[in-house]
Design a protein around this ligand. Sequence first.
Ligand code: PLP
Length: 365
Amino acid sequence: MPYYDLPAQIRSVRPELDAAIARTLDSCAFCLGPEVAQFERDFAAYQGARHCVGFNSGTSALHVAMRLLNIGPGDEVITTPFTFIATSWAIAYVGAKPVFVDIDDRTMNMDPRLVERAVTARTKAVMPVHLYGQPFDVDPIAEVCGRRRIPLVEDAAQSHGARYKGRTVGTFGELSAFSFYPGKNLGACGEGGALATNNADYARRACALREHGSTARYYHDEVGYNYRMEGIQGAVLSVKLRHLPAWTAARRRIAHRYHALLSSTPLKLPVEAAGVESVYHLYVVRHPKRDRLREHLEARGIGTALHYPLPLHLQKCFAGLGHRAGDFPVSEAAAKGCISLPIYPDMTDAQVEYVAAMICEFKDW
Ligand SMILES: *Cc1c(COP(=O)(O)O)cnc(C)c1O
């Protein structure tokens, strides 16, 4: 069993995908076009956001978010070192400096208590991540941002539809970025991403930036990119969005089943903070002997993965920031102990029980 079964998901909606792709082949609207516009309306409605702008990846959406806030060389953006690298790429792409703050050991999201002391006169944004499907603690971070007049940008690439105190993530920041990479909770048949915002000026400028910085064809107001969403991806995403609530419910059911079955093991299980509804993009457990556990599970046909084995401050690409091991100890411990168990909407009860039984069989803690 793989840790994520994409073929099963595609099979489950194959006739609808075939029809959506065929429609795009008929219209030949391959770059942006009506299918993308429809998906943008659908996703904005799902989010409860006024505007949604489609991109060719989540990384592109994050990059454009930095451009919209006019962040550049000499500026700083506060973010987490325990995430996928793309969160920090956006900051690096505009020549700004990622300023890391450590995570909370319980939730593995940015520790709100550490944010304010990282603020300087150069801080131009705070960009936490809703990691693994679990919302970060929005209120205390938004409070610091509001008081210090610093924009909040949400990296919601792993958390479509997750809720914080009843409200969907992606509605708290000035801008929120989503990824539709095939393995995300809402995935394209290829690459995709989006920005959600309630600010019409940001939405307008984002549309220009994704299309070579032009508002009228062949007139370029500022340096832009080819970051357009493909028509076929818009068509595919509208189909899959209709299934997302059921898929999310299935993920939550699986996570709660794991929780019941694994609570007596020495594993540190994911904690759903009070008032929060995780969408369990990943089900990540922790233990110092995770490498041995991983071998044990792989030998029994159970796929696992590591999200993420090396925090960003220790990545070679950021050596120039001058960080050392020990700078962000909670992130470093998480990287050493984390292991992602299989979770996907089509997973059967029997599969969940098999994974749990094989973990309970492991005696080498
Ligand atoms: C996937 C992901 C991204 C980047 O999205 P792409 O669509 O792959 O470019 C950014 N941030 C996080 C936290 C992600 O998981």
